[in-house]
Write a protein that binds this ligand. Structure first.
Ligand SMILES: [Ca+2]
Ligand SMILES: [Ca+2]
Length: 641
């Protein structure tokens, strides 16, 4: 980990002086940055607050997955704990007696176990020296604690890399994070300010390492050979060719993004790849080392993006996945040490996000000290550590108050099958609608069409809206029986019955016209027509019944004198043809007439027994028989399927 920019800086005093010069630049540019932030993000601004401050040289922090506590490393060797709201919860562990706190050395990275909620493991990286004197033995260490109510217990060394006590004090560490997809612990280590280390696969310097959480080495590592780090390859190497990989993060689709400090010309952000070679010291950023020519060497991976001279030392980095800032979703948020600035890197090539489309300054946070670590809170807030060589370090919070409000686009009490559209503000977020405090599956748009009774609300980033009560009144039943087409021969009648029920009222209709006085649950038609009933419930909801077609038929005209003794028709109903037997020897005329009065069959001067009607469609017809004396009969015949 590197906490200063220029290689010439060898002590704290010079660094502070350098920062003071930068402060003047910052003041001049502050107003511009302020206006830029509020001009470009006026719709979705953030506020900046200080969660806590007053720490002497904090370096890194991690956020407890269960309750949002901040676990902070202090360069001198302490891990301290703060509540999610910034209340000090004391010292978690004090490693000062064995921490070599000098130049960039000290207690550096920290992270939580992926299974913290069950095993309570916390890991930290530090420069160990014992005895802690000038001739003590030095090593780079990852140590694991068990969190017992904000007190670290059972310290266990899981990674111990001995180093000479003659190495320079920079590029000696040391951020640590677990990869969500494989549960392995990744460790960034600089090349100990010895560039040749970066290209050697026989040591762990200038590398990203990958180990199991117990410190053993996965044989799936790209240069794994004999499992022994000190013989042949260092089996812990995940990738190499780095100068000073500062911090790293895992993003969508498991991509690994690494911030890396350059020497003179370019800082870098790299896309980590298994076994990759990131070029140091052949390349510095996209350039050949030592000149300004492009560096395009087969086998060497160039950065996704660079920052040019004067270098500001990119440090903390996150892949933003929160709800609070949709405008940063799937972007890299990265800070720098020398200016205390935060940049928004828009990524391309979704869903792996393997390119950088733009790089925009979004905040300039510090007037003293830099930014050394950035983390995303559970609610999507962005936290940035004001750390490094400052005596008043702490954590900033970038956040936004989201106040969801829902409104109804119409009456919230209605009869089925109507509905009401509920709409939310503000726009631009991810949404989840709830009915009776249960998430509605798939209801993730800004509006929701509510058709059922219930209490509705929306959640935006764990913020609840107001609630709206929706009442859907049920329709009454409305069924007329008999339900099928009805025929009645005068003087017979037929009665239509509607369902009964409490609180129901009725209005019978012929066609679309209400029948005066027909307001009980039954009705007896006197003429042909299409009948229905409109049923109204006491809640005001009405429903139209099924429609029943009624035919009134003069089946046998009493005014005429042909009787049933004069002829017989059979079968009736018939699926095929009908036979008529005419008893008398006189001649008859026969007509088949449909219910609209159209003559379909007209046979003259017949007698005896004849068949007819095979061609008729299914339905009701009138059979008219007239003899030569004008005597007449009309009878219903039914053609079936
Ligand atoms: Ca080996
Ligand atoms: Ca590089």
């Amino acid at each position: 980990m590197r906490l200063a920019n220029s290689e010439s800086i060898t002590n704290f005093t010079i660094f502070i002086s350098f920062k003071t010069q930068l402060l003047m630049q910052k003041i001049n540019s502050f107003l511009f940055v302020f206006l830029l932030a509020f001009t470009c993000s006026a719709q979705l601004p953030f506020t900046q607050t200080t969660v806590f401050s007053g720490l002497n040289q904090p370096v890194a922090f991690a956020i407890a997955p269960n309750d949002g506590r901040f676990f902070v490393t202090i360069k001198a060797g302490q891990i301290v704990v703060y509540s999610s709201t910034g209340t000090s919860l004391g010292t978690f562990y004090n490693l000062a007696d064995s921490t070599y706190n000098n130049f960039e050395r000290g207690l550096l990275g920290i992270c939580f176990d992926p299974d913290y909620n069950t095993n309570h493991y916390v890991y930290a990286y530090y420069n160990h020296r014992w005895p802690n004197t000038s001739n003590g033995s030095q090593s780079l260490r990852v140590i694991r604690f068990t969190d017992n109510s904000n007190v670290g217990t059972t310290p266990t060394v899981i990674l111990n890399i001995p180093v000479s006590n003659s190495i320079p004090g920079n590029h000696v560490g040391g951020n640590i994070h677990f990869r969500p997809s494989d549960g392995k612990l990744y460790v960034s280590i600089g090349e100990l300010a010895t560039p040749s280390n970066a290209q050697l696969k026989t040591n762990p310097f200038g590398k990203i390492l990958r180990i199991n959480k117990d410190g053993t080495i996965p044989n799936s590592n790209p240069y794994y050979d004999d499992g022994v780090p000190t013989t042949l390859n260092d089996d812990r190497i995940w990738e190499y060719g780095h100068r000073n990989p500062f911090d790293f993060t895992f993003g969508a689709n498991d991509s690994l993004y690494i911030s890396e400090n350059g020497e003179n010309t370019q800082d870098e952000m790299n896309l980590g790849r298994k076994g990759g070679n990131y070029g140091w010291q052949t390349c510095e950023g996209n350039l050949q080392y030592g000149n300004s020519n492009p560096c395009n060497v087969p086998g060497l991976i160039n950065p996704l993006t660079v920052w040019t001279s004067p270098l500001q030392s990119v440090t903390g980095i996150i892949f933003y996945s929160g709800c609070m800032f949709p405008e940063y979703k799937n972007h890299i948020i990265i800070g720098n040490n020398d200016q205390g600035q935060i940049f928004d890197l828009v990524l391309g090539n979704a869903p792996a996000y393997t390119s950088v489309l733009s790089n925009t300054l979004i905040s300039d946070l510090t007037s003293s000290g830099g930014l050394t670590s950035i983390m995303q809170g559970a609610d999507g807030s962005i936290y940035a550590m004001n750390g490094g060589y400052t005596s008043n370090g702490g954590i900033f919070k970038l956040s936004r108050t989201i106040t969801p409000v829902i409104t109804a686009g119409g009456p919230t009490t209605f009869c089925q099958p109507s509905n009401v559209v509920l709409s939310a503000t503000p726009t631009g977020y991810s949404y989840q609608w709830y009915k009776n405090n249960v998430a509605i599956s798939g209801a993730t748009n800004i509006s929701y069409t509510a058709s059922l009774t219930g209490t509705y609300k929306i959640m935006i980033c764990n913020n609840s809206s107001n609630e709206i009560n929706v009442v859907r009144n049920l329709l009454p039943p409305a069924t007329v029986t008999p339900a099928d087409t009805q025929y009645f021969c005068l003087p017979a009648t037929i009665t239509l019955n509607a369902n009964t029920g409490t609180g129901l009222s009725y209005q019978w209709k012929k066609g679309s016209a209400s029948i005066s006085g027909a307001t009980t649950n039954s009705y007896t038609p006197t003429v042909s027509g299409k009948y229905k009933v409109v049923v109204t419930k006491s809640n005001g909801c009405t429903r139209n019944s099924n429609i029943v077609q009624v035919y009134k038929i003069n089946c046998r005209d009493e005014n005429y004198d042909l009787s049933e003794d004069d002829f017989s028709v059979y079968p009736n109903p018939s699926a095929n043809d009908f036979t008529i037997d005419l008893i008398s020897s006189e001649l008859f005329n026969l007509k088949i007439i449909d219910l609209q009065g159209k003559v379909l069959i007209n046979l003259s001067e017949i007698n005896g027994s004849i068949s007819f009607g095979e061609e008729l469609n299914t339905g009701i017809y009138l059979l008219e028989i007239i003899n030569s004396k004008g005597s007449k009969s009309i009878q219903k015949i039914i053609k079936t399927e």
